[in-house]
Design a protein around this ligand. Structure first.
Ligand SMILES: [Zn+2]
Length: 283
């Protein structure tokens, strides 16, 4: 039995050692698709798109810092250009993030699909050479599998989940105009801390302006960290102190409320601006 698939062996066996004498039609034509060699398959399955999570996270925190700086210092109430520019850059960044996700999914899906399609294929031998050549046994081609997967992904683009940063970007133009405004995102949600059509910038426990606002993931109510710590005392959880709220609250349910932080910063900057522009004799 001849195990090698090289044409030279076949012709050598047949006693035709002089290749120059052969007409082109006599050259052995290869099947269009054959299974990948084992080492190539291994290589294929070890392919990974570069993990950019760390870079993306770093960029996100830089965006967040810039937003805060904008709220604290660079806030010109009549000039929204810097915010608009930043929003544009953020849009590009999200686009990049989306592409990365699509790429990662494509590679993973293509690898899986290639595996399913090629797992049962016999290795190429002289016995099945003709079957491969005639297409009776058909090995998937990597290029085809990739093209197929990419076409599918193209048809169903990813929707990035809405994240805090995207929400902040949507919120900021409204907050710049009025730090206590109810955001369009939240208008449908009547369970929030809304009094007289505006958001309170003071903690309902300490009755002071928020210093370190924390939001409950369960009910969306916001409290200052010190206030809620004091309220909970040594209890693991208690009823939410917001009147009318039926949820329990514990430190574990609370996360930093970046939106409220921004509101407070914008409000503080506006107050400073108002004070600075007030004529001295009215003070
Ligand atoms: Zn609550």
């Amino acid at each position: 039995m001849i195990h090698t698939i090289y044409g030279t062996t076949r012709y050598a066996e047949a006693g035709k050692t002089n290749f120059h004498d052969m007409r082109e039609s006599e050259l052995p034509s290869a099947p269009t698709t054959v299974p990948l060699h084992r080492s190539l398959v291994q290589e294929l399955h070890s392919w990974k798109t570069r993990d950019l999570t760390a870079i993306f996270n770093e960029t996100r925190s830089q965006f967040s810092n810039t937003l805060n700086q904008l709220a604290e210092t660079g806030l010109d109430l009549h000039d929204t250009t810097s915010l608009e520019n930043l929003s544009e850059v953020f849009k590009d960044f999200r686009e990049l993030e989306t592409q990365q996700i699509v790429q990662q999914r494509s590679v993973n899906d293509a690898k899986m699909r290639y595996r399913t399609k090629s797992d049962e294929l016999p290795a190429v031998t002289w016995e099945n050479w003709d079957a491969y050549k005639a297409g009776d046994i058909r090995a998937p081609s990597i290029a085809e599998v990739f093209a197929e997967v990419q076409k599918e992904h193209h048809a169903s683009p990813v929707d990035l989940p809405s994240d805090t940063l995207a929400r902040l970007f949507r919120a900021l133009p409204h907050i710049f105009a009025d730090p206590t405004c109810i955001l369009p995102d939240d208008r449908a949600d009547d369970d929030l801390q809304i009094e007289g059509g505006q958001i309170e910038l003071t903690c309902p426990i300490t009755c002071m302006q928020f210093k370190r606002p924390m939001i409950s993931r369960k009910c969306g109510h916001v409290f200052d960290y010190d206030g809620i710590k004091q309220y909970l005392g040594d209890q693991p959880s208690k009823d939410c102190p917001q009147s009318g709220c039926i949820q329990k609250i514990s430190i574990r349910d609370l996360v930093r409320d970046e939106l409220m932080e921004l509101r407070c910063k914008v409000a503080a900057t506006r107050n400073k601006a108002v004070k600075a522009s007030t004529p001295l004799h009215t003070v």
